[in-house]
Write a protein that binds this ligand. Structure first.
Ligand code: ADP
Ligand code: MG
Length: 325
């Protein structure tokens, strides 16, 4: 194995279903349902910045697609296909096979065909760029700007585990083997809430996926919608990994920061009218996804978080920003 073309042919050219034109021509082709719009999004992942160099290539393939599918989920879009840009320092067949296995397993699960890409040698480290395409019924996309005063604020799944795992691996908090084992999956194998996003289309107003931390991502909804919010810290959903172990090993401020500002979550935060509560509970139940009401949209701007005793937290942790010094 030596060339770029052999690499693509062997690892990234699995057949796609009828109606799509996949790799092998100058462009891929796909259609959308009449009356629906194309939803598209792209995400870059750089070695050393978005993933550790020694990460399992299977989980990297999974995550590179998962973070993009999560963007489709946040719009309520149905996945159609994706493009994969690969910058690799060298051709490593074992790495490519494992990466492709992780990528295709998730792509197949969501009917998101790999229909093309680009491959090049990089000068330093691995660079990944995935672009996804989905479709959403016109005017039913879940926009950030659609939150309304009085809406409930909901979050799917649980918060915080990926942040704790990431900080342990980065040496920012002490390594605790049991806690790492319990939280690592959340960091390396995030589950994009694609089905949930599609079901939310006719029940929710605004939605966003939590990639940079709950406060920051909810903040985008608030800004775009011109509203404010109240959150109740005791209601934030904590997974069993943190619930069982953290009380003994994690300082409360580390846990608070993980829940409120921890990134890499890939759950959905969305707003919906209180009249939707029972429908949303039924959706969560059917999908087997925990849906938790964590606060309320207010017409007055600003984001206030109340702690266990009902006091507004004065110093809130901040989310992730690539260019913050
Ligand atoms: P072009 O010269 O038109 O850019 P390339 O030689 O780069 O085409 O790619 C050849 C074919 O292989 C194209 O159809 C392209 O979409 C596909 N391809 C290249 N890299 C990848 C990849 N990493 N994953 C999937 N398909 C790929
Ligand atoms: Mg090319």
């Amino acid at each position: 194995m030596a060339t770029e073309f052999e690499l693509i042919k062997r690892f990234f050219s699995r057949p796609v279903s009828a109606g799509l034109l996949g790799g092998g021509d100058d462009c891929a082709l796909f259609g959308v349902t009449p009356g629906w719009q194309v939803a598209t999004s792209t995400d870059l992942l750089l070695e050393g910045r978005h993933f550790f160099s020694d990460v399992d290539p299977r989980s990297l393939g999974h995550k590179a697609l998962a973070v993009n599918l999560s963007d489709l989920a946040a719009m309520g879009a149905r996945p159609l296909g994706c493009l994969l840009g690969l910058g690799l320092p060298a051709i490593d067949e074992t790495w490519a096979q494992q990466f492709a296995d992780g990528f295709y397993a998730l792509a197949d699960q969501h009917g998101c065909a790999l229909i093309g890409g680009d491959t090049t040698r990089s000068l330093q480290g691995i660079t990944l760029s995935v672009t996804v395409f989905g479709e959403v019924e016109s005017s039913l996309a879940l926009r950030r700007s659609a939150a309304q005063a009085g809406d409930d604020i909901w979050v799917s799944g649980t918060l915080g585990a990926a942040d704790i795992a990431c900080r342990m691996l980065a040496g920012e908090i002490p390594l605790d083997a049991a806690l790492l084992q319990a939280t690592r999956r959340a960091l390396e194998w995030p589950t994009p809430q694609v089905e949930l996003g599609m079901q939310l289309r006719s029940h929710a107003h605004a939605a966003i996926d939590i990639s940079d931390g709950l406060l920051q991502d909810l903040g985008h909804i608030l800004t775009a919608s011109g509203v404010g919010a109240e959150l109740y810290e005791p209601r934030l959903p904590i997974g069993p990994a943190l619930n069982d172990l953290s009380t003994h090993t994690l300082p409360p401020e580390v846990l608070r920061r993980a829940l409120l500002a921890g990134g890499d979550v890939y759950e959905l935060c969305f707003t919906a009218a209180p009249a939707q509560r029972s429908s949303l509970e039924a959706i969560g139940h059917t999908l087997g996804v925990a849906l938790t009401r964590i606060g309320t949209i207010r017409s007055a701007p600003g984001l206030v978080v109340y702690d266990q005793v009902g006091t507004a937290i004065s110093k809130l942790p901040s989310g992730f920003d690539h260019f913050r010094i």
